[in-house]
Write a protein that binds this ligand. Structure first.
Ligand code: SF4
Length: 419
């Protein structure tokens, strides 16, 4: 089975109207279709009530069995290949360093985020366990099987981190605790740290404290949108989804207090209509609070309410990737940078020789996320091809080579230096 599902024809170096960025006026989600009553809340799966047996590999022609967390979780295709429970090869990657788990229920996620393949509006079209998410399939596996495999040889596991992704569901707070306990009962979290990708909408500060007390290392909040307006349009009232910008920030501040500096962060998707200045202001705000930003390049996920829109042009993405890295790890501030009339980065606030060294080091262009065992600025969460096809990589899940860096410099419109 391929790990890359979405069409590559949507990939381009230009945004809408041939511009080198995705303008806000263009990035409008389409309206969700109504779901027939009998198909709502996992109606088809529950009515047939097929018992699960072992691993379920997504297949849209079969009825998904009735699986739910905490007994079952879904895991990324990359994690399933690395764990040895699925066959497959990933372009230029031997493995992933992050074991990404996703809570799972027949009702699926109850939110309706416009860019997301797991969104509620898809329930008529595709069972919960068959939905693509960040461009790949997510097989469903008993959590005990996963813990068994990793616990057998923790010292030699290829994983540097495990992450539990909550979805929006009334049981997800409770079940995140159960999955974390099942893990930490058998695997020392200091040997293999755990991150939580939270769902603030259903959470309280006490939930954040409980997860910290049980051994979670880093807590992240998926703001996804860079501004309150885009948040509301793509994952709030604009698409009949329950999320609120203010609630996400409330839990982010709780995470800062409970988990402490460098142990919390926020996910941001670049290219949903914000300016580069907007997103880098947010990156600076997070750094000033003591946290980090984990970035994703917008990609039109098949079946989502934004699947008709252009992927983020590489020019915009590279500028933001580089500037974000400088703010997060090189003490450059957004006030040191200059922006043009469209809010695009015009100057990175660093001498050109220093900037050149950062570009050539390549780390700025790798996938960003919670750190692994290599070094602080290299993410364990490498999400191979989660935000682009391998033919035009957005976030590099490996160290970019010379030929990659030449391409990156062209995308940045910074001349290639031959050394
Ligand atoms: S809450 Fe998360 S999983 Fe659910 S639709 Fe929104 S982005 Fe997707």
């Amino acid at each position: 089975m391929s790990c890359v599902k979405a069409s590559e024809s949507t990939q381009s170096d230009s945004g809408a109207d041939g511009r080198d960025f995705n303008a806000g006026s263009v990035m409008q989600p389409r309206a969700p279709n109504p779901t027939p009553k009998e198909l709502r809340n996992g109606g088809r799966v529950k009515a047939n009530a097929v018992d699960p047996t072992g691993i379920y590999k997504p297949n849209n022609n079969l009825l998904a069995p009735h699986m739910q967390s905490p007994d079952y979780v879904q895991l990324s295709t990359a994690a399933a290949i690395t764990l040895g429970i699925m066959q497959g090869k990933m372009y230029r990657c031997d493995c992933t360093r992050c074991l990404n788990l996703l809570l799972t229920y027949p009702e699926g996620c109850r939110a309706n985020c416009a860019y997301c393949g797991l969104a509620r509006h898809r329930e008529a079209e595709r069972d919960y366990a068959d939905r693509n998410f960040i461009r790949v399939d997510w097989p469903a596996v008993p959590i005990d099987d996963i813990v068994d495999i990793v616990a057998r040889d923790v010292d030699n596991t290829p994983f540097h981190r495990m992450c539990i992704s909550m979805i929006t569901h009334p049981k997800s707070d409770r079940d995140t605790v159960s999955v974390l306990k099942k893990w930490t009962d058998r695997i020392d979290p200091s040997a293999l740290p755990v991150s939580i990708l939270s769902n603030p909408t259903t959470m309280t500060r006490d939930d954040v404290v409980t997860l910290k007390d049980l051994g979670a290392d880093i807590f992240t909040v998926a703001l996804d949108a860079a501004t309150p307006e885009i948040f509301d349009r793509t994952r709030g009232k604009g698409v009949q989804s329950p999320h609120k910008w203010s609630k996400y920030w409330e839990i982010l501040h709780d995470a800062r207090e409970v988990f402490g500096a460098q142990k919390f962060g926020a996910h941001i998707i670049v290219g949903m209509g914000e300016t580069e200045y907007d997103v880098l202001q947010l990156v600076q705000q997070l750094v000033d609070l003591g946290g980090h930003s984990h970035m994703f390049c917008f990609f039109p996920e098949q079946g989502s309410l934004m699947d008709h829109l252009p992927a983020t042009p590489r020019d915009q993405w590279r500028r933001v990737q580089l500037a974000r890295y400088l703010i997060d790890y090189r003490d450059v501030r957004v006030e040191h940078m200059t922006f043009d009339g469209e809010g695009r980065v015009a100057d990175y606030g660093l001498a050109s020789s220093e900037l050149s060294d950062v570009i050539d080091a390549g780390i700025a262009f790798r996938t960003s996320g919670c750190p692994g065992k290599f070094q602080e600025d290299i993410s364990a969460c490498d999400r191979p091809y989660g935000d682009s096809p391998p033919s035009n990589i957005a976030s590099f899940p490996f160290q970019p080579k010379k030929k990659d860096l030449k391409k990156i410099r062209r995308q940045l419109d910074i001349p290639v230096v031959v050394r």
